[in-house]
Design a protein around this ligand. Structure first.
Ligand code: ZN
Ligand code: ZN
Length: 602
């Protein structure tokens, strides 16, 4: 028997030659050799050669070989050859059908998978749990709810709902499609729920925004004496991250400590990232400090936390420490390191690390690294250097790169380069309204109202609407949302009164509204009225009303914070002696004593 470990086309030629040279007394041995060759086959060429050899030597007398070949063809992307071979197979059985269907499912050919399944039914071949698992998984990937329900019906008819794997797959399908109650129904009817099913249920709830219900299930699971694992905790932490619920994160952290799960580097890293995303950099540092053997992912996560919070110096220090501890950085580490340098204006450091990345670590710069460098140079006003870098990139710049340049052009009021960057962005992604708004803002800030309105007209013509700004803040275990000019909050009246008082106070301290951030060329007074109702201002007023004086206000905004709200937050942090942390779509802004950690560049 010839041993086959991997099968490049060269190696395969060697194997085939050997098959021909050795006269096999036993057919079994030849079949095993072919199967090993098929399984390790990694190129279309070798799969075809094996196929030809099989036809010559065996003439498909072994059905199993055909099944393996079908799987192999599907894996290598030869769908038509797979089907042709499948059709030619004389005695197709359930295993053959399953090879074809699972091959399609595993390789993401969802439609072909469903078509093959229907054909199987039409040819009256009875399916089994393996078939259903493949089809359900394909439906889940595509969120094909109707098809999934149909398969659910078949599983019920065939009595396969007693198979935990089938039920778990259906639970995931319903969960992914947002049909949480259907998933619950299946789960409750299940006998002997396993850790996998509990994890699925917790995941479904958190992913669909029901984090508290996820927590309740987690407690039920523990009461049922099922021990949570890494997946359980990571799922719960992810849920908190999406919702931005800090209190819940603390609860989960406490539970993890009790279950001894924080010792896992993966979980601790997830916790570290969560705290960072919740604006609690200090808590991230604590979790990192307590890790016994942080791996590269953990170091990189801490570096990312420093970067997004605008703590470039700490990011650089951490990187140096990481290298000292013989930890080898990868391309992700460098992305965060460069982003940290960019967010803190460390131009020389950034340029140096960009060079070190390829020269010392042999990592070729990717698009992300170029975006960071353009951001870094642009931030320091080195716009033409940034533009030069783009011109000399070895690959086509993407929207991240042009977006970084456009952002810099807004800050420095560079209309010409801004127009070029925006044009590139419009070509790359004509449906992203943010780019139109950015260019329009550049024009508005320069008083070029006509140009600004042309951009808005283009945006309108393309049927794009401005994403409405929205901010939220956590209070009393709840998330309070605010839209622009929102009056729906129960305490709305009080909030507006507080806001009015605040604006009067900060005006007396020198705050002047930056009305150039209002898109429309309307009268100054009206502009001011519009800008004074921005969602983050409402959230700040609400935060001041309901939280204790010693507490920082942590606010999340879906878009970039505007210059006026940024300036207002700086004044409020000074006058009210409060730390205000605003996470916008780009980064964190820590406002304290009248200053922001971003150094007024974002
Ligand atoms: Zn604003
Ligand atoms: Zn800032």
């Amino acid at each position: 028997m010839i041993k086959v470990t991997s099968c490049s086309s060269l190696k395969f030629r060697f194997i085939i030659r050997n098959v021909q040279i050795h006269t096999y007394s036993k057919l079994d041995s030849l079949v095993s050799t072919f199967i090993a060759a098929i399984k390790s086959c990694s190129s279309v060429f070798s799969s075809r050669a094996i196929h030809a050899q099989i036809i010559k030597s065996l003439n498909y007398r072994e059905g199993f070989i055909g099944d393996q070949l079908v799987s192999c063809f599907v894996k290598l992307g030869c769908e038509e050859e797979a089907e042709k071979l499948f059709d030619e197979m004389p005695d197709k059985d359930l295993v053959s059908w399953n090879s074809l269907i699972s091959g399609y499912s595993r390789n993401g050919h969802v439609f072909r998978c469903l078509i093959a399944f229907n054909r199987m039914k039409f040819e009256q071949v009875m399916c089994n749990d393996v078939t259903l698992l493949s089809v359900i998984s394909a439906c889940t990937d595509m969120r094909a709810l109707d098809e999934g329900k149909f398969i659910h019906g078949i599983a019920l008819k065939l009595g396969l709902l007693c198979e935990p794997k089938v039920v778990n797959a259906l639970i995931n399908l319903y969960g992914r499609c947002g049909y949480v109650s259907e998933a619950c129904g299946l789960f409750e009817a299940m006998r002997g729920q396993s850790l996998v099913s509990w994890n699925s249920m917790i995941g479904i709830h958190t992913q669909n925004g029901f984090v508290k219900e996820g927590m309740r299930l987690f407690n039920l699971m523990r009461r049922a004496e099922i021990k949570p694992d890494q997946a359980t905790m990571v799922t719960l932490l992810k849920g908190c991250e999406d919702l931005g619920i800090g209190k819940l994160a603390d609860t989960i952290h406490g539970l993890m400590l009790r279950c001894g799960l924080v010792a896992s580097v993966t979980i601790a890293t997830a916790l570290l990232s969560l705290y960072s995303k919740l604006g609690r950099l200090f808590a991230s540092q604590e979790v990192f400090g307590e890790m016994i053997n942080p791996d590269r992912v953990a170091w990189t996560a801490m570096l990312a936390a420093y970067a997004v919070h605008g703590r470039g110096r700490e990011a650089v220090e951490l990187f140096e420490l990481m290298v000292k501890k013989d930890m080898v950085p990868d391309n992700v580490t460098f992305t965060h390191l460069l982003s940290g340098c960019a967010h803190s204006g460390l131009v020389n450091e950034g340029k140096n690390y960009f060079r070190v990345m390829s020269e010392v670590y042999g990592i070729e710069p990717r698009l992300d690294h170029y975006s960071c460098m353009v951001d870094l140079l642009g931030r320091s006003g080195l716009l033409s250097e940034a533009n030069d870098l783009i011109k000399h990139m070895p690959m086509e710049p993407n929207s991240g790169v042009w977006g970084a340049l456009l952002g810099a052009c807004r800050v420095y009021g560079n209309i010409e380069l801004g127009k070029e960057a925006a044009d590139r962005l419009f070509a790359l992604d004509p449906s992203d309204s943010r780019n139109y708004i950015m260019l329009s803002n550049i024009y508005s800030a320069a008083g070029l109202w006509k140009e600004a309105s042309k951009v808005r007209a283009l945006m309108k013509k393309r049927g794009l609407i401005r994403n409405p700004g929205c901010s939220f803040i956590e209070h009393d275990n709840d998330i309070h949302h605010f839209a622009v000019g929102d009056q729906s909050h129960v305490q709305s009246e009080k909030i507006y009164k507080k806001l009015e008082e605040l604006i009067m106070k900060i005006r007396a301290a020198g705050f002047a509204s930056k009305t150039e951030y209002v898109l429309h060329d309307v009268e100054e007074e009206v502009k001011e009225d519009m800008i004074n109702k921005h969602s983050e201002k409402l959230a700040i007023a609400f935060g001041l009303l309901v939280t204790e004086i010693s507490m920082p206000l942590i606010i999340t905004k879906n878009l970039r914070i505007c210059g006026d709200c940024h300036s207002m937050a700086k004044f409020v942090s000074l006058i009210e002696k409060r730390t205000i942390i605003i996470r916008d779509s780009k980064r964190f802004h820590h406002f304290a004593n009248g200053l922001c950690s971003c150094g007024d560049y974002w």
